[in-house]
Write a protein that binds this ligand. Sequence first.
Ligand SMILES: [Cu+2]
Length: 458
Amino acid sequence: MLKVATLKWFERALWLAAVFAFALAPAAALAPVRAQEAALPPSGMVCTTSPGPNPVFTLTARTGYISLADGNTAFMWSFSNGDEPFQYPGPVLCVNEGDNVSVVVRNTLTVPISLVFPGQAGVLADGAPVQPDLANNSLTTSIPAGGVLTYSFTASRPGTFGYQSGTNPAIQVNMGLFGALVVRPALAGGVDTAGGTPIPFGYAYGLTSTVFNADTEYLLMLSEIDPYLHTAVERGQPFDLAQYKPRYNLINGRAFPDTLAPNGASWLPAQPYGALTHIRPLDPRTTILVSGVPTANPAYYPYPALQRYLNFGYEDVPFHPHGNSGIVIGRDGYVLNDAAQGDLSFEKFTVPVAPGQSWDVTFDWRDAESFDPVVNPIPVEVPNEASVQIGAWFGSPYLGQVDTPAIVGITSFNQCGEYYHIAHSHNLTQINGWNSLMVGLITFTRVDPPLPNNCPVN
Ligand SMILES: [Cu+2]
């Protein structure tokens, strides 16, 4: 919760600088909307689904290239959905608790590959229990070049999981053979109309304490690229893993500022998943007084966002969203709630996502002190212009106020008086891309003013 009045002066200055400014201009994010991105919601987790209770997915291992935000490109291996073109990372498979899941893997690469499903028990390969394949350095039953194999399992418990190559994983996972598996609980969500505006909600696990706003569900897949490894694979040359050094750190296959671009952005044809969290202030009041009359509260917004973190790299990622701490409600597909010990969820300032881990974190933003430029002004002087870095989303320090003191030569892309908070890795080497500053593991949280507002509907 943001409490400006209690901050020291330099923290206030930093906070104001953040509200006024903190941003590089992602020119790409400002391009017009095209057909491809119109098909997906601009932000939020994009699920690939198949009808239950026996969903069948087809993942096709392909080669392709992705764009990195310093202007470089990288040769990749990744999974696409069926016959669709190359994408990175692989599709986000969303299933329901109890589903019998089949994943048909088609290998168009020139080497054997495989898939492991950490957290899933009793995985079968073409109907037989999976077996290690030592001849191919594979943890599980592998698929020869050009081959097809069907893995199947019962998604027995809800949570955030991944799938990834089990064959030469030190190389193949870094090359991009991975994706997310989200298992939804049997506990069904619904639509809350207590405030007049319908609010869809869901549950991360089979407990009502894991409720989240279904319009604000986010997945942050963390990964790394060592471009020397990728070039060696592309050229068919050996690579000494002792020399492995990640030069790029990505969220959902993108580096900042591409992380802010919408899902399905046409200028990132192989990297369809954005990483912007887009919320409104939490407000649990169903009614408010309008001229003394109790009235449905149009700003009613009682549920937090859900952020699902998955780390497919080899480095810890201490990920830190600014603006508020998150509440950790699950880890590695286990809800932090125990029959004997009760609610074990906890508040966390920085989420340390270790390699192979998943973390489920709820996140909200509250206008804790009702700052208003007239009634309740922020008790701090605006810093001297020379002390403020003015970014692309320079705006008023008051949420929802569009008018800002004009500064000659500054154009703001702030749309409706919203706030932008940075969210990034606290391992600052990871926010860079091969020594270029600020083209790494960074995204934003966007906080829109409460309804009714003038923000574009999305
Ligand atoms: Cu920070």
